[in-house]
Design a binder for this molecule. Structure first.
Ligand code: ATP
Ligand code: MG
Length: 231
């Protein structure tokens, strides 16, 4: 069962050829961690998958559906949603307002269920979302993603700037989400965090896929990958 298959993705920003052949396959429910150095093209890969930046060539297949030509919104309706790097906060909105603007199709996740999963948010419903701590903002962003009832969530450096204890909490949250049969594609600089949760690893360097494999294969040969992941 292919969840997400990326084939020969090529993306430009203006005249700069940024993605020059990105390929990977998440072939069963799980978590793929996309690793690579600064500027390797990780964020551009996520943006290209949901057509925030349109790839010039290549294929993105989500549950075998070709996403070519679909808007980011239509892609979210199909069950693929992205939590962007800045966590997509609406600073002037309260926590409750931020959740309310997501049109939940009320299949599995509604606001009550999200608040049960993130009790910390429950006590801050009227607070301005910009006033939340980094960890709470990440929870709100994930909560908003869950309201779209996704089958796959893309997360761009979810642990960036979070204290170690909050990172642990986030890992537990993401593991629970995986148990709900929702797949994850995580961009991470924190290799340990990625190894905690990933089932598959993809390494990108200079806009090109350098390696794909299981977490076990990756761990066995970690020294081979140092050049591209910067450890
Ligand atoms: N809007 C843009 N216009 C032009 N070039 C861009 C734009 N955004 C990113 N780039 C360039 O594209 C390349 C890939 O950037 P990208 O943000 O995808 O990398 P990344 O792997 O996510 O890096 P980081 O680890 O720093 O987040 C970099 O060289 C970057 O300078
Ligand atoms: Mg990035």
């Amino acid at each position: 069962m292919s969840i997400l298959k990326i084939e020969k993705l090529n993306t430009y920003y203006g005249k700069s050829h940024i993605l020059q052949g990105v390929n990977f396959d998440l072939n069963k429910i799980g978590c793929l961690a996309l690793l690579g150095r600064n500027g390797a093209g990780k964020t551009t890969t996520l943006r290209s998958i949901v057509n925030l930046t349109r790839p010039i060539s290549g294929k993105v297949l989500f549950n075998k559906i070709d996403l070519k030509g679909l808007s980011t919104y239509q892609i979210a309706e199909k069950g693929l949603t992205m939590v962007p790097e800045n966590r997509g906060m609406f600073s002037s909105l309260s926590v409750l307002e931020s959740l309310n603007i997501i049109k939940s199709n009320k299949k599995e996740w509604d606001i009550d269920r999200v608040l049960e999963s993130f009790p910390q948010l429950k006590t801050k419903l009227q607070n301005n979302s910009a006033s939340l701590s980094g960890g709470e903002q990440q929870m709100l962003a994930i909560g908003k993603a869950l309201l779209t009832n996704p089958k796959l969530i893309l997360l761009d450096e979810p642990t960036q700037g979070l204290a170690p204890n909050i990172v642990m909490e986030l890992i537990e949250i993401l593991k629970k989400i995986l148990k709900e049969k929702i797949s994850l594609l995580i961009v991470e600089q924190n290799i340990n965090m990625a190894l905690e949760i990933a089932t598959h690893i993809s390494i990108i360097g200079k806009g090109e896929t350098k390696w794909n494999g299981s977490k076990r294969e990756f761990k066995n040969k970690i020294s081979l990958h140092k050049e591209w992941i910067g450890i």
